[in-house]
Write a protein that binds this ligand. Structure first.
Ligand code: NAD
Length: 246
């Protein structure tokens, strides 16, 4: 039997990148998976997985979707966006958008999932943070790092308040992962870096292993935190960064 046999798992931003890799990994471990994304087209090809168009910024839809899919054993809050800015270049709109998507949406999904999990006697919530957060600064990541630090605070709060109900809550803190949106960031940096290859090399160079992570490597950690094998782990910010912190 798989490590998530019989478990009901809900994933946000499962259309591509880490969310998609995790939805597939959950299913491979025997879970019953609900894969959601704002962009329904990106959910195509997730065979054997329930899919649902869901914009996590839409509070009412979020609550109905999470409750409708439940009761859940596992919630993976993966949705997030990377702005490239400094404290001086960050706009008011960027600030509001990033906190709404990277932080507030986790509050909404988690609040909707908790009653069902409590009713089941427990569950696991995994939140997407980043190595760039309260753990580490990165160039031009003012708003991103600020929101991802807030995710760690949110995670520890939920872990504290619901530990007695059998609910665990952990954050994953990746280094740079080769996903579709990284391609966008490389393209955005290309002019300044002296071309696409140089922009990509700059991301690779940060990690001591000399390469980018795969989304599947991230999914392996998320599966571990979601599955019964990690039952003594809660409130942690788990770094998975190819040696960026070294
Ligand atoms: P990605 O950025 O390539 O894809 C993001 C997905 O989120 C897309 O499918 C998009 O349609 C969906 N999405 C965007 N807004 C949404 C919304 N409002 N509601 C629902 N879905 C929405 O994927 P990724 O690079 O794997 O990033 C996923 C998460 O991992 C993000 O939170 C990101 O901050 C985090 N992360 C990524 C890296 C990296 O290097 N790629 C590193 C650390 C953390």
């Amino acid at each position: 039997a798989g490590r998530l046999q019989g478990k009901r798992c809900f994933v946000t931003a499962a259309g591509q990148g880490i969310g998609r890799a995790t939805a597939l990994a959950y299913a491979a471990e025997g879970a019953s998976v609900v894969a959601t994304d704002r962009d329904a087209e990106k959910l195509q090809g997730l065979d054997g997985i329930e899919t649902l168009a869901l914009d996590v910024l839409d509070d009412k839809t979020v609550a109905a979707a999470v409750q409708g899919a439940g009761p859940l054993d596992v919630l993976f809050n993966c949705a997030g966006f990377v702005h490239q800015n400094s404290i001086e270049t960050c706009t008011d709109d960027e600030w509001d958008f990033a906190f709404a998507l990277n932080v507030r949406a986790m509050w909404q999904t988690t609040r909707a999932a908790l009653p069902g999990m409590i009713g089941k006697g427990g569950g696991s919530i995994v939140n997407m943070s980043s190595a760039c957060s309260s753990l580490k600064g990165a160039p031009n990541r003012f708003l991103y790092g600020t929101t991802k630090a807030a995710v760690i605070g949110l995670t520890k709060s939920v872990a504290t308040d619901y530990v007695s109900k059998g609910i665990r809550c952990n954050a994953v803190c990746p280094g740079t992962v080769d996903t579709p949106s990284l391609g966008d960031r490389i393209a955005a940096n290309a002019a300044q870096a002296g071309g696409m290859d140089a922009a990509r090399a700059a991301f690779v160079a940060r990690q001591a292993m000399g390469r980018l992570a795969t989304a599947e490597e991230m999914a392996a950690l998320v599966v571990y935190l979601s599955a019964p094998e990690s039952t003594f782990v809660t409130g942690q910010a788990m770094v998975i960064d190819g040696g960026w912190m070294l």
